[in-house]
Design a protein around this ligand. Sequence first.
Ligand SMILES: Nc1ncnc2c1ncn2[C@@H]1O[C@H](COP(=O)(O)OP(=O)(O)OP(=O)(O)O)[C@@H](O)[C@H]1O
Ligand SMILES: [Mg+2]
Ligand SMILES: [Zn+2]
Length: 538
Amino acid sequence: MYTALYRKYRPMTFDDVVSQPHITAALARQVAEGKTAHAYLFTGSRGTGKTTCSRILAKAVNCLHPIDGKPCLECEICKAADAGNLPDIIEIDAASNNGINDIRDLRESALYTPERCKYKVYIIDEVHMISAGAFNALLKIMEEPPAHVKFILATTEAHKIPATIISRCQRFDFRRIRDEDIVARLMYVAAQENIDLTEEAALLIARLSDGAMRDALSLLEQCVAFSDHIDPDAVSNAAGVAGRDYLFSLLENAADGDASSAIITADELYSKSKDMSRLCEELTAQTRNLMLIKTVPNRPELLNCLPKEAESLKAIADKMSLGEILSKLEILQRTLETLPRAVSKRTEFEMALVRLCTVKSAEALGGDISALEKRISALERAISSGMVINQPKPEAKTLSDPQPSKSDQPKPSDNPPQQAEKKPAAQFERCRDWDEILDRLTVRNPGFAGSLKGSLSYVSGDRMMIVVQNRFFLSLLKASENSTSLQEAAYDVTGIKFRIAAKCADGQAENQPSEQSSPVDELLKKAKEAGVEVEEGI
Ligand SMILES: Nc1ncnc2c1ncn2[C@@H]1O[C@H](COP(=O)(O)OP(=O)(O)OP(=O)(O)O)[C@@H](O)[C@H]1O
Ligand SMILES: [Mg+2]
Ligand SMILES: [Zn+2]
């Protein structure tokens, strides 16, 4: 039976895992000393060994005769595990079992002792895919795990995992695999498989794979189908990089501001079933090359492209300033994030192309282009919903309530006179920009942003109510540099200078220091009256 190369050469023990010595050594030591944790979180980019190491660790903790913390591969447990029929090592693909019921089933089955092994090991792969409810269910069992249970969570997107889960795991960050390690592994696999692979070809494969071993092995396999002797030319043919002139013409259009040609090219690619996300990734990679040409012009070996492509890139780079290239890169990065959620990927991508062709450098516009775009769209939303934004002067320190705006419809019956200057019946709603605000905050103030992971934010007019998971955050918010950086991040994204208050999910309320007038509970009560679901406790 045919097995893909990357599966056939999946490392069976820690020694075969390359480029992650900080992880494999630590895990083997823990096993050898009998000091393994209840739960692990393996994060890092794709194809770097997360699933592989999860399986090896699951074997190692159960192996009957481990050697220096590494599985022996000889005992009945190791053999059964490698054959995939050990009932005590349970792999759950969260991409397809992401519901609360799946995790409830897990909770139930975790109570039973293992059948054959010392530990029941649950490997939850792609764990970022599980629902919020399922995370809560998972948290319950992770809080008090039975002694015979271990969890290994694996994900490429650690930022989507609630802080409450992360804090219960021992975390390991998998690195992108170094080019030379990929080359060595490719040469090894080629020797085993009698593949005629040159060292230069292996290096080109490594470059094109961007640190992902799985991609490298898949590409090698594609090359084998293409040619008996694998040299750089065979690689470029097999990788389809030979026919990717469209990338350079799109970049050229972007440099020339020629949106109509760009749209026509995209249309042709679309009708040839080109995947828009893939196209966006390719454009991002080439735009990054442009950036490198500008910043490190005498290091062509850093470029992720074929030698002859470097020429075209150089010509395109000459047409643009570094600022312009950075602005384009930012547009592409943003599009990569929004594409998976877009209703029409084609439209989303076309919009990005038009932006690429129209954007000039951010400095020329006096600031960060995406922040400007965000503010414009926040204003558009506000206008279409009939809301009036009172934009305080940036340096205004006074946080007293604004005068009621004319568009508000006061209902005198439910509003006693002393509350007349407050906005009547504040409608709190989930802040749509919260993730984005946290992203910005991470840049300004990463430590503080970390403490806000898993929090929820509700807004009404210029008020923001944050419900945090972590009581510690309330004390952090008291520090004025923290509250200011949060305000600024929110202002960058929404254009609104929010008055911020916070409450802990377990019920302890705290005001932002400068917000002395209105008690938070009052705000929360209003939020609830307005039908906002405010989560209390976990
Ligand atoms: N560090 C490594 N050393 C050797 N081979 C590796 C390594 N990482 C990945 N591979 C190869 O790539 C294949 C895929 O690896 P694995 O499934 O562990 O990646 P992953 O990190 O879980 O990726 P994903 O995030 O896409 O699930 C393996 O079968 C193996 O052939
Ligand atoms: Mg995996
Ligand atoms: Zn064994």
